[in-house]
Each structure stands twice: as structure tokens, then as C-alpha cells.
Write a protein that binds this ligand. Structure first.
Ligand code: ZN
Length: 499
């Protein structure tokens, strides 16, 4: 085989994978947004066939030979081609390492466990979900061994979501966060609480939709290339860098739920839309890791979206959209309300400061589950103990406790730490950005173009072309969690007058 011919085959393989992913995404989007309720069955059949085709394509003998050949011809490939081959070959080996029957069995389990979890959560019945979670842990430990037998199982799983990250690193990382954030939350508890009651007045959906349109405009999201829909749980879905969709959920008695979910998902969308054209329709055309993706969404949501300059910039418009509801409210009151700190039970409703404590609970539990030092039946007890220790709250039931997140039911063990890492990356990006551009001078005017351009240059454009660690280094320098905790300390000391 000639290199030129092999590269043509590579291109064809990539396009086929892209087409399968596009079909899968389109069905998912349809199923979660506009499809009538009784239509899931047919989509399920189509989705299973698409997944099977992808599996066949990725593990086929032809694919193996092609990737092996190109790997051996590395010096004749461009950097972009080399990275494509590297990533595909890695994925090929990973899928191949799992015996076919176990792979099928696991696919069936994840499919079923989602329903079981949903019902267990509704019934507040952990026992109902326990057998699924037990199987999930067994599978994940086994798969970790297939991925990388030289690593501790949980390290192999972590590496799958954020390459280069392991327990040794995360133990140190979370220790810093715990040491700095827990006393801060405690000190805030001794202070008079901020009034945020006006956020829960009646905010009609129609006005909220217009507000969401305005926010997308401020974020610089081109509506010709980024759509917005409605789903129970907000998400971002990318087809390519010219077609990204975000969703939100409008709650009439809550102004900030849709507002901050639009800004958060908008941050994910900015990332996908900013990836280079020449990487499209290849395995490099997408955000590089969960941690880096969350760094972008949480950057826009918290660091920009919950800053005083941003709130001051958009507040006059907010009063136009909601003249009666916000007639007696000032920009400063709004700024304080959206930053109110309150230890709570539910992660997705947590404030910026306590959010990472929710992640730490999940990290400790996953580490012990996969490490074999915690039995699944003891998860509720340990969960409740850790919530008391880190957040000082009593968990009244498992529905608002260890059954609240869908991740484990989908087999995502090792995913949670990316949320905390993303927050820490974001704070370091801010400090570097401030050295180069007048961030706050621009944000005060409601102008996010400088911020966007900086992130596009340092992070977005590369997609998966660079390794996650290199993207982080590029935008953050060496990771130092105290930059993040200093950012939080400064912000909340001023807000709650802690000195
Ligand atoms: Zn996110």
C-alpha cells in the first residue's frame, strides 16, 4: 500500500465515522426535544444499529491494518495526520481490548441501568439501583484492566476522561481545595445572608426566551450556526464547527436557571464553534477533554457571568425584559444575589463556591468503589457522612443524595473530577488573560469579543490536535490549585465582608 492511498482510506474512514455520529446525534436531539412521546422504540432500533456499525468499522481488520500501516509511516505524515492516526489507533486498541461479548453485555447494562436509576430516584429507593451499580463497578474495574493493566484501575478510568490525570495528582489537588474552601464556607455561614428572593418571582417563559436570545448575542454566538432548544436537562450537542445546538429549560419561578444554563452551554458551544476548519470531519474535531470543555463553560458561567462588571453591563437590559419583576432591584443587588453561597444537597443547583465540595464527595466514593475498599451497599451511608463533613448538611433521602446524578447509571465513573479541574483551569486562564488584555474594561461594556478571541487562540482552535495537558499548559501554564482558591477567597471575602 502507498501512503497516499492509505491517507485516502483514512479520510474515508473518518467521514464514515462522522456520518454515523451525525446520525446518532440527530436522533438524540430529536428524541430529547421535539419528538412525540410514543416514538422512542423505532429510534432505539436505529440507534442500536448505528452503534453496531460504528463498532464494526472501528474494530474491523481493514481498519486495524490501515492504522498499523500509517503508524509505521509516521515521518511521512503531517502533524495533523499523525495525531489523527494516533487518536484513532488508541481508540481502536481500547475497543479491541474488550472481549466482544463483554462489550455487548455492558452496552445492554448501561441502556437498562438508565431506566432503573430513573425509577429508583423517583421512588427514593437505593436498593432498586444497587444491583445495577454493583455490575457497573465490576465492569469498570475489568475494563480499566483491559485499558491499561499497568495502572491502578481508577487511574486508568480517570485517564480515559482527562488524559494524564491520576489519583496522586487529584489527592493533592482536592486537598488544597478542601483546606481553603471549607473554612471559607464556614465563615460565610456566620455572616448575614444575601437576599435573593427576587430571583424567584414570576418570570414568564416568553420574556425569558427573549432574554436568552439577548444572552446568546452578548456571548457572540452566531444564530446561523448555533441553535437553542428546550429539554429537561440542558446540554450542548455538536455536529461540526458550523452546526452546534444548545438546550435550556425555562422555569417560570426562577430567573437564573435558564440564564446560567444558557451561558454555561454557550461556553461549550463557543469551544466547538471555534475549532479549526481543517480538523472538521476527523476525530480531532471536538473539544479535547471533559476537563477542558468544562473549563470553557464554567469560565463563561462563573468567572464572566457571575462577575460584577458583567452583571452591571447586562442589568439595564434585564430590567427591560422584566420591568415589573426587577423594578425595585439594583445591579449590585443582582450581583450579590447570583453569588449567594449556601451549602446544599444538589450538585447542579450548587453555587460557584461550594460546587467543588460536591465533586469531592463523588471523587472519594468512586476512588473507594473502584479501589475495592467500599461496597456499593455502603454508598448511601458514606455519601451522607461526607456531605455532613464537607458541606455541613444532613441528607434527608437518597433521591437528593447518592441517587441525584445520572453519571454512574451511564457507566461514567471517573468523569466527575473533570468539573473541578475545569473550574481550576478557568481561574488560571483568567489570570493569564488579564496580563494580555483589558478583560474587565471590555466586559463592563458588555463586550466579550476580546475574551472570546483569547480563548479561541489558546484553546478552541486546536480541538483534539494537542493533548489535553498541552492545551492546559498553553492557556494556564503549570496547574496550581491555589490560583483557583485565591480567586474564590478574594471574591467571597469581599462579597460577605469576611475581613
Ligand atoms: Zn458543562
Amino acid at each position: 500500500m502507498e501512503v497516499k492511498e492509505a491517507l485516502q482510506q483514512l479520510d474515508l474512514l473518518e467521514k464514515k465515522l462522522y456520518a454515523l455520529k451525525t446520525a446518532d446525534s440527530a436522533l438524540y436531539l430529536d428524541g430529547t426535544t421535539v419528538a412525540p412521546r410514543g416514538t422512542a422504540e423505532g429510534r432505539g432500533i436505529a440507534l442500536a444499529i448505528l452503534a453496531g456499525e460504528r463498532q464494526k468499522l472501528m474494530t474491523g481488520e481493514e481498519t486495524g491494518k490501515l492504522l498499523e500501516f500509517l503508524s509505521a509511516q509516521k515521518e511521512e505524515l503531517s502533524f495533523e495526520q499523525r495525531r489523527q492516526v494516533e487518536e484513532l489507533y488508541r481508540a481502536y486498541h481500547q475497543i479491541k481490548s474488550i472481549p466482544a461479548d463483554e462489550y455487548m453485555e455492558y452496552a445492554r447494562l448501561t441502556n437498562e441501568a438508565g431506566d432503573v436509576w430513573q425509577k429508583a430516584k423517583e421512588a427514593d429507593d437505593f436498593e432498586m439501583f444497587r444491583p445495577s451499580l454493583e455490575q457497573m463497578v465490576v465492569f469498570n474495574r475489568k475494563f480499566a484492566g483491559y485499558y491499561d493493566p499497568g495502572k491502578k484501575p481508577y487511574d486508568a478510568l480517570l485517564d480515559d476522561y482527562e488524559r494524564g490525570v491520576d489519583m496522586e495528582f487529584l489527592d493533592r489537588f482536592f486537598a488544597v481545595l478542601r483546606e481553603k474552601i471549607v473554612p471559607l464556607v464556614h465563615a460565610i455561614g456566620q455572616k448575614p445572608q444575601i437576599d435573593d428572593s427576587f430571583l424567584y418571582r414570576h418570570y414568564p417563559v416568553e420574556a425569558q426566551k427573549k432574554f436568552a436570545d439577548y444572552l446568546m448575542e452578548v456571548l457572540g454566538l452566531d444564530r446561523d450556526h448555533c441553535g437553542i432548544g428546550e429539554t429537561e436537562h440542558p446540554y450542548t450537542l455538536e455536529f461540526n464547527n458550523k452546526d452546534v445546538r444548545i438546550t435550556t429549560n425555562y422555569k417560570e419561578d426562577n430567573l437564573t436557571f435558564a440564564m446560567y444554563s444558557v451561558i454555561h452551554e454557550g461556553g461549550h458551544a463557543k469551544y466547538e464553534l471555534g475549532i479549526r476548519d481543517d480538523l472538521q470531519y476527523t476525530c480531532l474535531a471536538g473539544g479535547v477533554s471533559m476537563g477542558v470543555h468544562e473549563s470553557q463553560s464554567r469560565f463563561y458561567e462563573n468567572i464572566i457571568g457571575r462577575s460584577r462588571p458583567f452583571i452591571e453591563a447586562i442589568f439595564p437590559k434585564m430590567q427591560e425584559f422584566f420591568p415589573e419583576q426587577l423594578a425595585d432591584v439594583t445591579a449590585e443587588q443582582m450581583y450579590r444575589a447570583v453569588n449567594r453561597v449556601e451549602p446544599s444537597l444538589v450538585r447542579i443547583e450548587a453555587d460557584e463556591l461550594t460546587y467543588c465540595l460536591h465533586i469531592m464527595v463523588r471523587y472519594e466514593i468512586e476512588k473507594q468503589l473502584i479501589g475495592g475498599t467500599l461496597a456499593v451497599k455502603d454508598v448511601p451511608r458514606v455519601w451522607n457522612e461526607l456531605y455532613k463533613e464537607y458541606l455541613g448538611v444532613d441528607v434527608p433521602d437518597d433521591a437528593r443524595g447518592c441517587l441525584q446524578d445520572s453519571h454512574w447509571s451511564g457507566g461514567a465513573i471517573g468523569y466527575f473530577p473533570s468539573y473541578a479541574l475545569g473550574s481550576a483551569y478557568g481561574a488560571q486562564m483568567l489570570r493569564n488573560m488579564e496580563k494580555e488584555i483589558d478583560v474587565w474594561g471590555q466586559v463592563t461594556k458588555g463586550d466579550l469579543s476580546g475574551v472570546s478571541a483569547w480563548l479561541r487562540e489558546k484553546v478552541h482552535q486546536y480541538g483534539g490536535l494537542l493533548e489535553p495537558a498541552d492545551v492546559v499548559k498553553n492557556a494556564c501554564g503549570e496547574l496550581d490549585p491555589t490560583v483557583y482558591t485565591d480567586y474564590l477567597t478574594e471574591k467571597y471575602t469581599e462579597l460577605y465582608e469576611l475581613n
